[in-house]
Design a protein around this ligand. Structure first.
Ligand SMILES: [Zn+2]
Length: 60
């Protein structure tokens, strides 16, 4: 994935995870994910990180 592309979508993906972007934006991000396997992988990675963070915090 190009670095520019990643930079452009990283904030949107994080916003999607944290529920911090408005519905219209969510739709655009989801539409993009359908045609961009790279961003989909990136999102999966972010989810994994969030889950392991959650586990970690649960232990502490
Ligand atoms: Zn993408």
């Amino acid at each position: 994935m190009g670095r520019m592309h990643r930079a452009r979508w990283a904030t949107a993906l994080e916003g999607l995870l944290d529920d911090e972007i408005d519905a219209g934006r969510v739709e655009r991000v989801l539409a993009h994910l359908e045609e961009c396997p790279d961003c989909l992988r990136e999102l999966e990675m972010l989810i994994e990180i969030q889950q392991s963070l959650g586990r970690l915090l649960g232990v502490l």
